[in-house]
Design a protein. Structure first.
Length: 374
């Protein structure tokens, strides 16, 4: 056994899983020099000083009373925590936030009105991953995913098995459906339940009007957060309630290693938000890490753009394309390289991402393939 070798570092179990504790870098075999962050370069420029945290835009902000995801993750790394603990505890703030209807508590439910959560984590030094999919009644799927990594010999637990595993580790069960999310679901159910994700036989194509009608009804949203420590070690997490009104049991890209998240400690880390089906079918995050690995490797922003282009090239069905022939859905990729260079890209111009680098948490604009209005 190497990397995470001794499982002793996880004396954590239930208490740590439910709390903010984490494994120390020393216990992970990582020497993490204390380092104050210094000036960092721009999104697609030269290497930033380490540590660096990057996330989807909901990694910054939230209610004024709480820290943001990227701030907490950075604070934990500067306090000596390993990057995996840092990102998982960072996204836990968003999982607990009822106002973010795309993640954790208060997430929009499936077509039966049941919240089903997906999450994955990956830790560079050990190259191990853990994930859960279709998990009900547990607020923090990313902490359960971390325990799948630490306390099982598996990569992915789903549905009832994932819930039983969470229960065994002392996670509290709760109703994840807030009033706001229940009302949003009811509105969909009352008004639009004829138009769901079930497609009639032989019709992978539907009319352009029907396609347009569908578009607004399905909302996406997720948080991806990746970090590189002062020692150059990488970790990442992606956690979501997935596509709203999905067919029960639908699993998106977030818990799929290589799609919604991928980490290679020699190269970098990448993750995604947006239409999971498109990311799974193009192995999005893996594609980005491999593009950064090439010699010469692409910058994180250019690697993210390349993965966006792959989606454009592989979106063949007209029901998923605009009249200009482009994808009618959004996908955003986020990436950070081992040297701290970071970037993000989306298919269409507009989205931002969150980053904490050079001592400053901020939002930056994503690179893109198609300018607004083009
Ligand atoms: N990627 C997520 C999924 O497809 C949703 C999102 O990020 O918007 O489940």
């Amino acid at each position: 056994m190497s990397g995470f070798t001794r499982r002793e570092f996880i004396s954590a179990s239930a208490a740590a899983a439910a709390g903010a504790a984490g494994s120390s870098p020393a216990a992970l075999g990582v020497v993490l020099p204390r380092q104050e962050p210094a000036a960092a370069a721009g999104a697609s420029g030269a290497a930033a000083n380490l540590p660096v945290v990057i996330a989807s835009s909901n990694g910054l902000g939230g209610p004024p009373a709480r820290k943001s995801c990227v701030e907490l993750a950075m604070e934990l790394m500067l306090a000596g925590k390993d990057p995996l603990t840092a990102v998982v505890e960072g996204v836990a703030l968003v999982e607990a936030d009822p106002n973010d209807q795309s993640v954790g508590y208060g997430g929009l439910p499936n077509e039966d009105g049941v919240v089903e959560l997906d999450a994955s984590v990956m830790y560079g030094p050990s190259h191990r991953s853990g994930a859960v999919a279709g998990l009900q009644r547990i607020m923090h799927p990313s902490r359960v995913a971390k325990l799948v990594l630490e306390r099982t010999d598996h990569c992915l637990l789903v549905g009832e098995g994932a819930l039983r595993f969470a229960r065994a580790h002392g996670f509290e069960e709760m109703n994840l459906l807030t009033e706001a999310s229940r009302k949003a679901w009811l509105k969909w159910k009352e008004n639009h339940s004829d138009d769901d994700d079930w497609l009639p036989e032989g019709s992978n194509e539907i009319s352009p009007q029907a396609a347009a009608d569908r578009a607004w009804r399905h909302t996406f949203g997720t948080i991806n957060c990746c970090a590189v420590s002062a020692a150059g070690d990488l970790a990442g997490v992606t956690t979501t309630s997935g596509l709203s009104w999905k067919i029960p049991g639908r699993v998106g890209d977030s818990p799929i290693i290589g799609a919604g998240l991928y980490v290679d400690n020699e190269v970098g880390a990448a993750g995604s938000t947006g239409r999971g089906e498109a990311v799974i079918q193009t192995c999005g995050a893996h594609t980005i890490v491999e593009a950064m690995r090439r010699d010469p490797g692409l910058s994180p922003a250019d690697a993210c753009k390349e993965a966006c282009q792959r989606i454009v090239d592989k979106t063949k069905l007209s029901r998923l394309r605009t009249k200009e022939g482009r994808p009618d859905f959004g996908v955003i990729f986020y990436a950070v390289r081992k040297d701290g260079t970071f970037g993000a890209a989306s298919i269409q111009e507009g989205p931002e991402f969150a980053v904490f680098a050079g001592g400053k948490a901020r939002r930056e604009k994503c690179a893109f393939l198609y300018p607004k209005g083009s």
